[in-house]
Design a protein around this ligand. Structure first.
Ligand SMILES: [Zn+2]
Length: 96
């Protein structure tokens, strides 16, 4: 959901909270933010506030670094993520 151009189709579909990646159904929430002519829905007020603080951060994935930190801490985080995936079946991400 990093498109900047308005896409009317997206309004009728379940869309993704650009902040945490959770699926949000438009119409189920009033947590909407308009940015550059596009509406974005959020699962919580926290996510909406985070988005409005810095929309570019969430709309331009190129600027977000997904690289793990290097060193033992990075390896630890990676292992934790893997363990979580096994425990919880790799379901949709949740922010709360
Ligand atoms: Zn969220």
């Amino acid at each position: 959901m990093a498109r900047l151009a308005p896409t009317p189709k997206a309004i009728t579909e379940a869309i993704t909270d650009p902040v945490c990646g959770m699926k949000v159904e438009p119409g189920m929430t009033r947590l909407v933010s308009n940015y550059q002519g596009h509406s974005y829905w959020f699962c919580s007020e926290d996510c909406r506030r985070a988005f409005e603080k810095n929309p570019e951060k969430y709309l331009n994935p190129k600027t977000i670094k997904h690289k793990w930190p290097t060193g033992w801490w990075g390896r630890y985080l990676e292992r934790m993520a893997k363990a979580n995936k096994e425990l919880f079946g790799g379901g949709p991400p949740r922010c709360h």
